[in-house]
Write a protein that binds this ligand. Structure first.
Ligand SMILES: *Cc1c(COP(=O)(O)O)cnc(C)c1O
Length: 494
């Protein structure tokens, strides 16, 4: 059986894996989803696998049968060449929860798990399709995707990458990380606007006939490094199985026991990957969806209404400052049994009126598996302090959102199911806030890094060392309305 991917909105001919990776988003504006049933995994057989073998085993379920050895090589290149800490994804016991550290990679954020693999999928797909055009990768970022994508794609043959970030919407460290990126095929552009402006413009670029014509003339095509690309989603399924295996192997749980996962969420790709793992046989009780003050997801999971008529806040957990959460469209598609007419209606309503509502039955299905909560900026700081005082474990601001939402959930429900909290970034990526949380004082980024290191002895991740001294290589800033014409100009340079 060939594994094909179709659009959530139903108007695109199903595509094979390679074409899906290259194309990134469906032609009709929808997102690509598997048009085949999820393969059930034998959990027992996964327990003894190292990360590369586990990743190969899980990803195998989504690629052509003859691609398995290529996938293994890609996983080795991503996870077994010293970019990640030994073991790739450490799991720690912290108070009443387990913490899966997804930030031990080349940019100190969880995006690394997928973005160190996506470029390898991309070159494999270019080769398999005999593609002779260059691919221009477009990425909108609220901070972490940008740097992880830049590191993943820099100097990868046949590709170039343009990253758009909101100039006032990313942390000082994230910005420093991006604008100091080396590599001859990378470009980083500041946007006068917020993350949604950047993400919407990039989605428009993919749908633009004018840009398509330009691309044809100049022998180039566009693709995406955002989590709309299934090549982002699939690698994220792996660490859910990995976390579970670690807990079983350590005797913390028995094989078959259920666990909860608490997931700091923005574009919802991380959490959706967990839900796919569940559908591949992972015993999960609840997914606890954690949001910051931008709590549109919390409201959706509580009411079934997705309403973008609200203020956008810049918070101390900026990677989750999002109003239009792309991957939710995939979840909704699954929850209406792949009824793309319905999804099409919802998203037409979202684009015309800024709001949609799922029916009662769909909401009930969603609520069986997901609960949601949110935390204010003050709570984020309190959570960091609380966790550090009790356990000496240092949370970053995003993981602290999850920590608070999980604790509230336990208080409300008394649920005793073991919990895995996904730690999505190193505390050193948001050092001013973490420093403020512990000391109630404010200071600048680089002083905060050194002070935190001295106070806590928590190691500074290698990618963040020496950041202060690195040269700024990218200074361009454009208005949000100029993103499309900017992309056009760059295409013409081919
Ligand atoms: C991207 C990101 C998130 C949100 O993940 P989604 O997959 O977009 O829901 C949370 N925390 C950090 C640190 C991130 O970089």
């Amino acid at each position: 059986m060939e594994k094909l991917y179709k659009s959530t909105r139903g108007h695109q001919k199903p595509l094979d894996f390679y074409t899906s990776i290259l194309q990134g988003i469906a032609d009709d504006g929808g997102l690509l989803v598997p048009d085949f049933p999820f393969e059930k995994k034998d959990l027992n057989a996964l327990l003894s696998l190292n990360y590369v073998d586990l990743a190969t085993e899980v990803i195998k379920a989504f690629v052509p049968e003859d691609a398995v050895e290529d996938i293994r090589k890609a996983c080795q290149g991503a996870y077994d060449t010293g970019l990640f800490k030994e073991g790739v994804v450490p799991v720690e016991k912290v108070g009443n929860t387990f913490v899966t550290e997804l930030f031990q990679g080349p940019t100190a954020a969880f995006k690394d798990l997928a973005l160190s693999l996506l470029p390898r999928f991309m070159t494999l797909s270019l080769k398999k399709k005999g593609e002779e055009r260059e691919v221009m990768i477009l990425a909108a970022t609220s901070g972490d995707t940008g740097k992880a994508a830049l590191e993943g794609f820099k100097d990868v043959e046949g590709t170039c990458i343009k990253v758009f970030y909101p100039i006032d919407g990313v942390s000082a460290i994230q910005k420093r990380q991006m604008v100091t990126t080396t590599g001859k095929n990378v470009e980083v552009i500041g946007i006068e606007g917020n993350f949604d402006d950047a993400q919407t413009a990039v989605k428009k670029a993919f749908a633009s006939e004018e840009l398509k014509d330009l691309c044809d003339q100049h022998h180039v095509f566009l693709s995406s490094a955002n989590s709309i690309n299934i090549g982002r989603l699939i690698p994220q399924i792996v660490y859910y199985f990995h976390s579970y295996s670690v807990l079983v192997n350590r005797g913390e749980i028995k094989l078959g026991d259920q666990v909860n996962f608490t997931v700091p969420s923005g574009n919802f790709g991380d959490c959706l990957a967990g839900w796919i793992a569940k559908n591949m046989g992972l015993p999960v009780n609840k997914f606890i969806v954690a949001s910051n003050k931008n709590n549109i997801l919390t409201d959706f999971f509580k009411t079934g209404v997705y309403d973008t008529h609200r203020e956008f806040y810049k918070t101390n957990a900026p990677a989750m400052d999002i109003l239009v959460s792309s991957n939710l469209e995939r979840l909704v598609w699954f929850m209406v049994d792949g009824n793309s007419e319905k999804v099409d209606q919802f998203y037409k309503s979202l684009s015309d009126e800024g709001v949609y509502r799922v029916d009662e039955e769909t909401l009930a299905r969603i609520q069986k598996e997901f609960v949601a909560g949110c935390q204010s900026e003050e709570q984020v700081l309190e959570n960091i302090k609380d966790c550090y005082d009790k356990t000496h474990y240092l949370l970053d601001t995003h993981t602290a959102v999850g920590y608070g939402v999980y604790n509230e959930y336990v208080k409300e429900t008394g649920d005793k199911t073991p919990n895995v909290l996904l730690a999505t970034a190193s505390p050193y990526k948001f050092p001013e806030s973490v420093y403020e949380a512990l000391t109630e004082k404010k200071t600048d980024v680089f002083t905060a890094i050194d002070a935190l290191n001295e106070m806590t002895n928590v190691e500074i991740p290698y990618p963040l060392k020496g950041l202060k001294e690195r040269e700024t290589l990218h200074e361009g800033v454009i208005a949000k309305d100029h993103i499309l014409s900017f992309i056009g100009e760059r295409i013409k340079e081919f």
